[in-house]
Write a protein that binds this ligand. Structure first.
Ligand code: SF4
Length: 314
């Protein structure tokens, strides 16, 4: 199923079969990260609002979940920071009250975690993944390019106070940008903070698809391992690209919509699409050629080969 707010389900490297919920108009975010796979932020803000109608999201979600699809997670992510939406708490409560068999994940850039209303809104999630890419002001500003008023102290205090009240799984994600946040100083300061945090997991991530800024480079495998070791005794997991799933074709028939839904959120190779959409390569190729000829998507050479993206994106 692909709707305005609901996308997928897609096969996610970290979350398994994941139904995505995207609550923000493209591209509203409190950061404008140099590595963002959705492209440059056009509405840079940390103002909370009901960016899309909460009632409509709940209506669409109910219609979908009533069919009892097989899902590992319902995930709040997409093309912006999900906690900017003031209805996120109501939507999570709706899922937990009416469809308690489904697990909820929130992927957040941590920028609003200092707010008590945001903490309360996401407290019923089963998994929250806050990002923490930098703790010094200089690096923070360079790679995250935040909305005015956001700074590392606010982010660190937000993550810390949320951890104190959140009883479910909290996994910190660190996205490594070589030459910026992979220095001994930055890693040591991040580690110092994490040692006292009591997170349930820490993950290192790095670029594997085109970033909005061409100068952002991927991290070599050796360097990722070196960085992981710098966090010892903390246990850090390196996020690797998922292998193809055996769960092919478990999803739905609206292949073209699914491909568009994935490409709207991130540039992808043919392999990525096969994995995410659970559709075979031959079928996807037919759709990609058609969409390319119609000008809906464009191709671009990238780190891992030919990437496809929606043509009106950055
Ligand atoms: S990576 Fe996440 S936090 Fe950064 S600009 Fe993109 S959507 Fe916003």
């Amino acid at each position: 199923m692909t709707g305005e707010f609901i996308f997928g389900p897609v096969n996610s490297r970290r979350l398994g079969i994941s139904l995505g919920i995207d609550l923000l108009p493209y591209k509203t975010c409190s950061f404008d990260c140099v590595y963002c796979e959705c492209g440059l932020t056009t509405d840079l803000t940390f103002e909370r609002a009901e960016y899309v109608k909460t009632d409509q999201v709940i209506k669409d979600l109910r219609a979908y979940l009533e069919k009892r699809p097989e899902l590992d997670y319902i995930t709040f992510s997409g093309s912006g920071e999900p906690t900017l939406h003031t209805g996120i708490g109501r939507i999570i409560s709706f899922i937990k009250d009416e469809f308690p068999e489904y697990k909820v994940a929130v992927l957040t850039n941590s920028s609003l975690l200092f707010r008590e209303d945001v903490q309360n809104d996401i407290i019923r999630a089963d998994l929250v993944v806050p990002s923490l890419d930098a703790v010094t002001e200089e690096v923070f500003n360079k790679i995250l390019r935040p909305a005015d008023g956001l700074n590392p102290e606010l982010i660190l205090s937000g993550i810390k106070s949320f951890r104190e009240k959140f009883r479910n799984r909290l996994v910190i994600e660190i996205f490594i940008i070589p030459g910026f946040n992979d220095t001994i100083e930055e890693i040591s300061l991040i580690k110092e903070f994490l040692i006292n945090l009591n997170a349930d997991g820490i993950q290192l991530n790095s670029l594997d698809r085109p970033a909005p800024e061409e100068w952002v480079k991927p991290v070599s495998e050796d360097n990722l391992i070196r960085l992981r070791d710098m966090f010892k005794p903390l246990v850090v997991q390196i996020i690797r690209r998922a292998r193809r799933s055996s769960a092919q074709n478990v999803f739905h028939n609206d292949a073209e919509d699914t491909i568009i839904a994935v490409l709207k959120r991130r540039p992808s190779t043919l392999d990525d699409l096969v994995y995410a959409a659970g559709i075979n390569a031959k079928e996807i190729t037919v759709y990609l050629e058609k969409m390319r000829d119609e000008g809906v998507i464009i191709e671009k050479k990238g780190i891992r080969g030919l990437f496809y993206r929606i043509s009106n994106r950055n």
